[in-house]
Design a protein around this ligand. Structure first.
Ligand SMILES: Nc1ncnc2c1ncn2[C@@H]1O[C@H](COP(=O)(O)OP(=O)(O)OP(=O)(O)O)[C@@H](O)[C@H]1O
Ligand SMILES: O=C([O-])CC(=O)C(=O)O
Ligand SMILES: [Ca+2]
Ligand SMILES: [Mn+2]
Length: 662
């Protein structure tokens, strides 16, 4: 480099004659043609042709069935037509004479010849000219049971806020709502539900009439049909083959379709061919609000369940958990009708076949503690207990990920990979590395992944009768012991009480932990009176000799604000001792007020923390807080004192006596 004297610089003039000439190898034979590489050229004349080579058409899902004796085998083409007709019927307006024209495939792919189906299921005796409107002239494209890879592409191309994280998960935003909206959940009250369901004070079933449901249904269906394309998932609930439920989910977002792909049970190609008519349908028009002028509507959000029509409509919330928990509510109705108990619980099984249930409200540790490297995971959130044992309702897990750490929860950490939906997390702009500590969007950040992403998942997700029933409470007051052994009456008392401190965010509007009582550890999802479920649980626990436990995964050494949350490592040791049977034979002492049996020693856990009284620096504050919580329990239970639990009056008396005594 040289200076030109003006303080500027230029390259040395001798080197400015450009790049040196490439010295090609001198060959003896000048006729040899020079190639870029030695590969054989592609078999395409144009770029379009080249692109068409890239994708292999999937073979028909199963070979055409061997013809029936009377020759009524269904051809692949006929089957496709029936499937589209079924979807068109699902999307049919109730006031126009036919379902919409639906066509399979992505509208972006023009080349595909559309297979059109139009449902004539309703009123086809009407003159077709009666209700002509623009909506009758347009097509709605159906993206049917897309694969995770296809849904990733859809989300990234069309949905703002969709990104691939460094571990391969799909980061999404659920919009304004980042938790469920229980005050906007309504159930149609008709002749049947009037007598079957639990209504009134304390019930999660806020009533609406059939007519209003139809108005909201029409609003959702019109919205969905106005779109260029909708996603349709046909899937199953419940791993118990005798009690499997077929669900159809119609949604506007790839995020919702992938979420349900992960959370429901995925049908095989053969099962999908035989799917037929769904037992229940969800219309998720969450991006579109309900109409505040509609009767009963108190906000722009409405989640409506109609058991008679076997339908659910979602307006005004994109939080995907509404679909998951809406279906759970359905199961809380359908299963007890078949003498099967539905449970808001996690479930796992030891190598020796011992099954444990983990009950608890949101954020108490069902997912964290049922995901245990030394045990088989049956499921993390929703189960059924029938005469044959337990079965998971779902095909995936929905883990909280706030402050998730690789060290403390390795299996959940590793499950967050390609295919997993990561809701409302914050990531580094360039590396796309997720910062699990960041609460900028919400505290209720979540990961939804298929259950087989957990290495020791038990598939099929079923198991024998439970040996241990663990009730989890996240006690923000810090006065419940880390573990207590319960007798049957105490188990029922605490099951019906359903105490915890709600951890921020999962339900709309809750920002800090507060004491909460939620019957059956899931009052937001039950449909019948809590005593119905309690009686079934008591009967099953008695019959199969299960032991009840109360585990506080919340505060120790003081209330929220002064004490600290019990170390996850200690809770895991406690759970290990329950599973192994070691805790069953420990020495116990009884606590005051709650009368709980607590162990004096437990391997791997400092003995002084086993009795909360020892961990509080201020003994008077401890006693006051204990009495305060006891009072809250007593007050909460008042509404249940007039109910009989099961057929045995003695049990009712015992349960009423099993609460705090002071
Ligand atoms: N001692 C503890 N025991 C259990 N969980 C703990 C403990 N300390 C902290 N945690 C954290 O509490 C959270 C428990 O949430 P988890 O996902 O298990 O809730 P959940 O009961 O499955 O709720 P939901 O029904 O909403 O899914 C996790 O984020 C976990 O890391
Ligand atoms: O439903 C949700 O949003 C998350 C969940 O599991 C619960 O709250 O129990
Ligand atoms: Ca969970
Ligand atoms: Mn849950």
């Amino acid at each position: 480099m040289a200076s030109n004297g003006n303080g500027e610089f230029s390259f040395d003039s001798k080197r400015r004659s450009g790049l040196p000439k490439i010295q090609t190898q001198k060959t003896d034979d000048d006729n040899v043609v020079c190639h870029d590489d030695s590969a054989t050229p592609v078999k395409a004349q144009t770029l379009d042709e080249l692109h068409s080579l890239q994708k292999k058409k999937s073979a028909p899902t199963t070979p055409i069935k061997s013809p029936h004796a009377f020759g009524v085998a269904v051809s692949e083409e006929e089957r496709q037509k029936q499937q589209l007709q079924s979807i068109s019927a699902s999307l049919a307006s109730l006031t126009r004479e036919t379902g919409p024209k639906v066509v399979k495939g992505d509208p972006a792919r023009q080349a595909e010849t559309p297979k059109v189906a139009q449902s004539h299921a309703t009123h086809h005796h009407h003159a077709p000219t009666l209700n002509i409107s623009d909506s009758a002239l347009k097509f709605t494209h159906i993206l049917y049971n897309l694969s995770p890879a296809e849904l990733y592409e859809q989300a990234i191309k069309y949905e703002k806020g969709s990104f691939i994280t460094s571990s391969g998960a799909l980061a999404t935003l659920s919009g304004a709502k980042t938790g469920r909206s229980p005050r906007d959940k309504r159930v149609v009250r008709d002749e049947t539900t009037e007598k079957d369901l639990w209504w009134g004070k304390g019930s999660p079933n806020i009533e609406m009439d059939e007519q209003t449901f139809l108005i909201n249904r029409e609003r959702a269906v019109d919205y969905l049909c106005s779109l260029e394309k909708v996603y349709v998932n046909d899937q199953f609930l419940n791993w118990d083959p005798n009690n499997r439920i077929k669900v159809r989910i119609v949604s506007a977002r790839a995020y919702h379709s992938l979420f349900m792909h992960n959370m429901c049970i995925r049908p095989t190609a053969e099962e999908l061919e035989e799917f037929g008519t769904p037992d229940f349908t969800i219309y998720n028009a969450g991006q579109f609000p309900c109409n505040r002028y509609t009767h009963y509507m108190t906000s722009s959000t409405s989640i409506d369940v109609n058991l008679a029509r076997k339908e659910m409509v979602i307006l005004g919330t994109q939080y995907a958990g509404e679909m998951k928990k809406g279906l759970f509510s359905l199961m809380h109705y359908l299963m007890p009708m078949r003498q099967i108990l539905s449970l808001h619980s996690g479930c796992n099984m030891g190598k020796g076949g011992d099954v444990a249930l983990f009950f608890g409200l949101s954020g108490t540790g069902k997912t964290t503690l049922s995901t245990d490297h030394n045990r088989y995971l049956i499921g993390d959130d929703e189960h059924c207990w029938s005469d044959h044992g337990v079965s998971n309702i779902e095909g995936g897990c929905y883990a909280k990920c706030i402050d998730l750490s690789r060290e403390k929860e390795p299996d959940i950490w590793n499950a967050i990979k390609f295919g997993t939906v990561l809701e409302n997390v914050v990531f580094e702009e360039h590396t796309r590395e997720v910062d699990y500590a960041d609460k900028s969007v919400t505290e209720n950040t979540r990961a939804a992944y298929p259950i087989e992403y957990i290495p020791n998942a038990k598939i099929p997700c079923v198991g024998p009768h439970p040996k241990n029933v663990i009730l989890l409470a996240c006690d923000a007051f810090g006065v419940l012991p880390p573990v207590s052994k319960l007798n049957l009456a105490q188990t029922m008392y605490h099951f019906i009480s359903g105490y915890t401190a709600l951890v921020a965010g999962t339900e709309d509007g809750i920002k800090e932990p507060t004491a909460t009582f939620s019957a059956c550890f899931g009052a937001a999802f039950i449909m019948l009176h809590p005593t119905k479920y309690a009686a079934m649980l008591a009967e099953k626990m008695k019959k199969h000799g299960a032991t009840g436990w109360l585990v506080n995964t919340g505060w120790s050494g003081g209330s929220y604000g002064s004490g600290r949350r019990i170390k996850l490592a200690y809770t895991r040791k406690i759970i290990d001792a329950i599973h192994s049977g070691a805790l069953l034979n420990a020495n116990y002492k009884k606590t005051e007020v709650f009368g709980l049996e607590i162990p004096t020693e437990l391997e791997g856990v400092p003995s002084e923390i086993l009795d909360p009284m020892n961990t509080w620096p201020d003994k008077k504050a401890h006693k006051d807080t204990l009495l305060k919580l006891g009072g809250l329990f007593r007050k909460n239970f008042e509404v249940f004192t007039n109910y009989k639990i099961g057929t045995d009056n003695n049990l009712t008396e015992e349960i009423l006596a099993a609460g705090p005594n002071f």
